[in-house]
Design a protein around this ligand. Structure first.
Ligand SMILES: NC(=O)c1ccc[n+]([C@@H]2O[C@H](COP(=O)([O-])OP(=O)(O)OC[C@H]3O[C@@H](n4cnc5c(N)ncnc54)[C@H](O)[C@@H]3O)[C@@H](O)[C@H]2O)c1
Ligand SMILES: [Zn+2]
Length: 344
């Protein structure tokens, strides 16, 4: 097991990469713990949960709402949970986001921790202290910054994860390597097969390195003023593509990273060979790097982003593999990139 200590404004957090769900009892006050989990997780792993009260909340992005938050508050009251309660979210990013929000608001805040069970939650959602829910169709509209006391990343649990969910996590792993760690990028290039097979030593290293990168960036900029923007590499195009096509987040981000790499080459920042390495790595992990979609619809979605950012698009580019820079890009420069294939 590898440990990482994160010092946040709201408290410290320990990330345990390679710790097992079976050892959970060592980390929680079992008599005061209430588990929040999704129904699929309860079916698959409920037998391994410690004997605590459990609140199942359904599954999928549609449950990430204030209705679910209210449902949990209600259950906690019925269970007589007081300020000494410990809330433990066991699941993917959805369970973690909701659990952190509920724990931060119930009785003005109770202790909480996560067992992150998807690759995306392990390398991204459970790290950084953002918790919240969607509201009126807007993603992550309502929430708080607050750190869990601990996050357990049990990489054995990834073996039951559907392949497309695994891929989503790999997109964020490539993102972390591309913006901050050339050695990790090389390791991925060399070990992509082992990574995809979820070989324990390889995946633990990748999860750990990812967590270190995200935690380091977040430590410098917990409330997202500057440095944290680098974590949006691939996400400006990615969100626009995700919104207009409905493809999974990780796939959209993969295409977005290819777009951002191409743009970095056009700006004279990144050698073309490096952009090719990024495309090749994404492909070797089974991630897409282009899409056939109406160009104007994607540009319109990007323009909406632009409005939100006060007239400019803050775009994350690379000046080498392992180093990101943020630049303001006018929308028309984004129009001609090869990630969007011309309509057939
Ligand atoms: N807070 C943050 O900083 C942050 C960052 C990135 C993403 N997110 C949020 O994370 C959410 C997406 O998270 P996600 O991709 O983990 O989705 P998710 O939580 O819905 O999990 C995906 C699916 O996998 C199932 N599952 C989870 N663990 C499993 C396992 N070990 N074996 C088998 N099935 C398993 C779940 O039941 C679910 O159906 C989004 O709502 C996104 O906004 C938050
Ligand atoms: Zn993402």
């Amino acid at each position: 097991m590898k440990l990482l200590q994160i010092k946040g404004e709201t408290g410290d957090s320990v990330i345990m990469v390679g710790e097992s769900l079976q050892n959970l009892k060592r980390h929680i006050p079992a008599d005061r713990t209430v588990i929040i989990t999704d129904n699929l997780m309860l079916d698959a792993y409920g037998k391994d949960f410690p004997s605590c009260e459990v609140i199942p909340i359904g599954t999928g992005e549609t449950i990430k709402t204030l209705d679910t938050v209210q449902f949990i508050w209600d259950q906690l009251i019925q269970l007589g949970a007081d300020r000494t309660a410990f809330l433990l979210g066991i699941g993917g990013g959805i369970v973690c986001d909701i659990t952190g929000f509920v724990a931060s608001t119930y009785l003005r805040g109770v202790r909480f921790g996560f067992v992150a069970s998807t690759l995306l939650a392990q390398v991204d959602a459970s790290v950084g202290g953002k918790n919240g829910v969607n509201f009126k169709g807007y993603k992550n509209m309502v929430g708080v910054f607050n750190q869990p006391e601990f996050v357990i990343c049990d990489t054995e649990m990834l073996k039951t994860l559907p392949e497309k969910e695994v891929l989503s996590g790999f997109a964020e792993i490539v993102k972390h390597a591309a913006i901050a760690d050339e050695a990790m990028f090389r390791f991925l290039e060399k070990n992509h097969r082992h990574a995809l097979a979820l070989r324990r030593d390889v995946i633990e290293l990748l999860v750990y390195d990812s967590v270190v990168i995200k935690a380091t960036v977040v430590n410098k900029d917990e409330k997202e003023k500057g440095e944290r923007r680098k974590l949006n590499f691939g996400h400006t195009f990615g969100h626009a593509i995700e919104k207009t096509t409905g493809i999974p987040h990780g796939e959209a981000v993969s295409i977005g990273m290819r777009g951002a790499a191409d743009l970095s080459v056009r700006k004279g920042l990144l050698p073309i060979q490096d952009a090719e390495r990024i495309v090749n790595l994404l492909k070797s992990l089974g991630l897409p790097t282009e899409i056939q979609v109406d160009r104007q619809t994607v540009l319109d979605a990007l323009a909406k982003d632009k409005k939100r950012e006060g007239g400019r698009i803050h775009f994350v580019l690379l000046d080498r593999i392992g180093h990101a820079v943020v630049d303001d890009i006018p929308l028309d420069e984004l129009a001609a990139l090869p990630i969007i294939k011309p309509d057939a």
